[in-house]
Each structure stands twice: as C-alpha cells, then as structure tokens.
Design a protein around this ligand. Structure first.
Ligand code: ARG
Length: 460
C-alpha cells in the first residue's frame, strides 16, 4: 500500500512505478531528507503541534534510518517512489502510527525543494574547494615558469611573445570568475523552502525561521507558490558548471595542441597519458581530451533543464522531477574533471627550450619594431606600413628582422637608430610590456601577488 494510497482502490502498474519513481537517483539526497525532517519535527514540537515525546521517537528513528542507509542495510524499492516516501515509510515501520505525524504541515513539494537546495549547497561547496585547488595549481606552476617565454597567439598565429606564466594565469582569471559565480549561486540557494506546503502555505502555526536556523539557512523563501515551482537555482548550478567546464575545455584544447610533435611545448606525465593499442610510438593526452569531451554532456544537462522548465504553469508539476539526474551528473562530472585536471597540469612538463625556439620565425617582434618608430614620432600607421615592408624583405631574403644591419633598417626609415636591436630583442619585447595587466616583469609580479592574495582570501 502506498503512503498516498487512501483514495485508490487498485495498485499501481509495475511499469508506472518504473516510470514515475525517482528513488534510483534521488536516494542520493537521503542525508538532506533526514536532516530536513529532523528540523521539521523539532519545529512541530516547539510549536506544540506534536508532543515532545513523539518528536523524540521520530528523531531517534530517523537517526537509525540514516545508519541503515549508510551501512547498506536499507532496501530501496522503486515501489516507494522516491527517497521522501521511502524514509517516511521506514520511519512508520519503526515507530508505528506516530511516525505518520512527521508529515504534518509539510508536502513533498516543499520537502523536495528543501532537499535539493541543501544538496546543492553541499556539492557547491565541494566544487568551490576543487576550483580553488586548480587555481592554486595554476598559480604555482606560473610562479615556476615566470621566466619562460613562449609565443602568444591570435588566430592561432604567432602574435607576440609572452611569459608562460602570463598565459597560464589567464585561466586563473577565468576560474576566479567561476568561483565568484558559484558564490552568488550559493547566496541564492540560501533560502529555506519548508513551510510552503503543497503550494499555498499552511494553517498550522509553524515557525519557518526556526527550521531555517536549524538547517543553517540565512532566510526563508518569500512566496509559497514560487517556492515549490522554482528551479532557477538548479539551472544556475548547471550554468556555472557549464562555464567551468568550458574553461577547462579551452585549457585542455591548448594542452592537446601543445602535446603534439609539431608543438612539443609540454610533455604529459606517463601517469596521466595513455598508449595506443596499435601504434607503439603513441602517448596520448586522453585526460585532456576527455575533460574537453565531457563539456558536451554538461551543456546537455543545462539545455535539458532549461527546456523542462520553459512551459510549466505554476505551481509544482511532476516535470520538475527531471531536474535532478542532469545536475547530479554535471556535479559528478565537474568534480572529477577538476580533480584530474589539477593532477595532470601539475605533473605536465614544460619544455621551455621548445617554447623559446618557436619564437624564431613568424616575425613575432614586428609590433615592437613599429612601436620603436612610433615612439620616435612616426605616426603608428606609417610605422606599421614600414614594418610590413621589412617583413616582406625578410621573407624574401629568409632573414629574421633582428638579423638586419642598422644600415638596412635605415633604408626603410631614417628614424631607426643604434638601439634598434636591443629594443626588439625577445626579452625586451616581453619584459617591458608593463602596462597594468601586461606580460612585463613588473606587471606580472603585481598580477601574481594579486592572485596569491585572492587565494588567501578564499582560504584553503
Ligand atoms: N519525487 C518528486 C520530485 O522529484 C518529489 C515531489 C513529488 N510531489 C508530488 N506532488 N508528487 O519532484
């Protein structure tokens, strides 16, 4: 017999149970369900809605149910529909009819809203910790490689030389924004839904503030109809995870490219690469590829829940049961992705010589030649044209710009002087770009210090 079976004369069909049930995936929220029920029962007792003795029995039994689940002694049965019903049923089995008082002034609609919020708070905090670890890893690898110069790219064409640390730290900024976004999601998650009832509130003299306090929520939700139908916070969680995944994926894409023989900027540790079953020479960056690939399912989960929600009238609809599997999958996927990314990145060897060699050719200091002239009063547009001509000359004569003699430079423009070779040397091009946020030595030091400060603020 179902807990809601009173108005039914026939049992549910087997296939309905399979289709309707969510216990196979929402059992993951058993802890939140039990914590929420205990807080609710305490409130009922404090408000005189149930007796103190009854509450004690209920709380004790709920504690036992929790242990049963954790010890694997609890049987999850699809016929019980969801985790809320399964736990309540077991409670009643244990303490008898008094267990049936727990659900006073509550509905599964506000109960499930509570459970998911609590669960996402918990998982969101874990994701933030992992994100912080990744940022820490990026920061320390950047420190180690502060002096390494590599080509910076636009259009994946060599553009201007940069410090490898500056390149890595670009990702630090992305993850910092993700961290802040997650903090904002956590802020909006921090509203306690219980007390909304099925949709309209309740006639019992409940104390929602008490429950909020018991469960560590900052405030209670404002509108009971919105409370049971709102899934914005799940969408936001899916979105922030999508953003993290997109950032990881971009970094992984670069790493995959850097691992190629053509680039050879980095070498993956054996522990984080795999071999080919047929080609003995191969060492594949599977970890980076898989993190990149998993972005697909994470986006899918975001689009999935957005689509579920788009046509729903107020208030609760069963459609929203579809909110969980996607976000659970995204949470699990991003957690392991962040974890393994950090290890892969930390153990990855940077091939500084190869990075440096790749700066040759491609006229990566051409902007600096133009800047040289512009700083001597030549309009930048004219300087740009002159350097274009120099590049063509070098291409035809198979020379680097720095190999031209001063006389040759002067043939292109009279403003070229003695110091041209020094000014367009690679070191100079990188370390002198000290505009705030630039790759120059001083600017980079400021950036690294700010990064460190942020890591300290968010703790660890
Ligand atoms: N398993 C349901 C869900 O995930 C719980 C809420 C059910 N409420 C209801 N009125 N049937 O949404």
């Amino acid at each position: 017999m179902k807990l809601w079976g009173g108005r039914f004369t026939e049992n549910s069909s087997k296939i309905l149970e399979e289709f309707n049930g969510s216990i196979n995936f929402d059992k993951r929220m058993y802890r939140e369900d039990i914590e929420g029920s205990i807080a609710h029962s305490r409130m009922l007792a404090v408000q005189g809605i149930i007796a103190g003795e009854e509450q004690k029995l209920i709380e004790e039994a709920l504690g036992e149910v929790k242990s049963e689940i954790e010890e694997g002694a609890f049987t999850f049965n699809i016929g019980d529909e969801d985790i809320h019903m399964a736990i309540e049923k077991r409670l009643i089995e244990k303490v008898g009819p008094v267990g049936g008082k727990l659900h006073t002034a509550r509905s599964r609609n506000d109960q499930v809203a509570l459970d998911i919020r609590m669960h996402l708070k918990r998982e969101g905090n874990l994701i933030m910790d992992l994100l912080r670890d990744v940022m820490e890893g990026i920061h320390s690898k950047s420190e180690e490689n502060k002096d390494v110069i590599m080509p910076g790219y636009t259009h994946l064409q060599r553009a201007q030389p940069v410090s490898a640390a500056h390149h890595f730290m670009a990702y630090f900024q992305m993850f910092k924004r993700d961290y802040e976004r997650m903090e904002q999601v956590m802020e909006r998650l921090d509203e306690m839904p219980l007390g909304a009832g099925a949709l309209a509130g309740t006639t019992y003299n409940i104390d929602r503030g008490f429950v909020a306090k018991e469960l560590g929520f900052k405030k209670v939700t404002e509108n009971s109809i919105d409370t049971v139908s709102d899934r914005d916070f799940i969408i936001e969680m899916n979105f922030v995870i999508s953003m993290i995944s997109m950032h990881l994926s971009r970094f992984c894409e670069e790493i995959v490219v850097w691992c190629t023989t053509e680039f050879s900027f980095v070498e993956m540790a054996d522990t984080y690469s795999t071999g080919s079953s047929i080609m003995p020479q191969k060492k594949n960056p599977d970890v980076a590829e898989l993190i990149r690939g998993k972005t697909g399912r994470i986006y899918g989960n975001l689009v999935g829940i957005m689509t579920v929600m788009k046509g729903l009238p107020l208030a609760y609809n069963k459609d929203t049961q579809e909110d969980k599997e996607g976000v659970f999958d995204s949470i699990d996927t991003i957690k392991i992705s962040l974890l393994i990314f950090k290890e892969m990145f930390e153990t990855m060897k940077i091939n500084r010589n190869k990075m440096y060699e790749n700066l040759e050719g491609g006229f990566i200091n051409a902007t600096d030649v133009a800047d040289y002239l512009a700083k001597r009063g030549v309009p930048f547009r004219e300087a740009h044209r002159v350097v274009g001509e120099i590049v063509v000359h070098c291409e035809i004569n198979k020379k680097k710009i720095s190999e031209l003699k001063l006389e040759k430079f002067k043939e292109f423009h009279s403003e070229f002087g003695e110091d041209i070779h020094k000014k367009i040397g690679l070191e100079n091009c990188v370390w002198e770009r000290n505009s705030y946020g630039g790759t120059g030595r001083e600017a980079l030091a400021v950036q690294m210090a700010n990064g460190k400060k942020y890591l300290n603020i968010i703790g660890g």
